[in-house]
Design a protein. Structure first.
Length: 127
């Protein structure tokens, strides 16, 4: 079971934004790249950490957006119930919950999601 009930407010906002990104493109799946773009756009620790690693946040976001534009889309509007998580994103979410548990954190935060995204094989990690 995916641990959505254990997400912090910021993590919930990131998933909501991921859904909006997919819906805006008429895409039926939410992938790790949607989540990465959402995390990079948020006012959170994630963009700060990436900058500290001397990675250009805007360039990374642009590369992720370019990859998202290659994803298949459907005709018409995508409704909330018609959007699914990719297996990669489910694995990231599961790993993030494990990460939170290992750190004795009750909730899964954006930091846990970010760490998990680069521990699990995914399109986001490939960037």
């Amino acid at each position: 079971m995916t641990p959505f009930h254990r997400l912090t407010t910021k993590a919930q906002e990131a998933f909501q934004r991921s859904h909006e990104l997919a819906a805006r493109r008429n895409q039926q799946q939410i992938d790790t790249l949607h989540l990465l773009v959402s995390l990079l756009e948020q006012e959170s620790i994630v963009p700060a950490v990436i900058s500290k690693l001397e990675v250009d946040v805007r360039s990374l976001r642009d590369r992720a957006e370019a990859e998202l534009n290659k994803f298949p889309s459907v005709e018409g509007n995508v409704l909330f119930g018609q959007v699914y998580l990719t297996q990669d994103l489910v694995r990231v979410l599961t790993r993030a919950a494990d990460e939170a548990g290992e750190l004795k954190d009750e909730y899964v935060s954006t930091e846990h999601l970010f760490l998990a995204m680069f521990e699990v094989e995914s399109r986001a990690k490939a960037l």
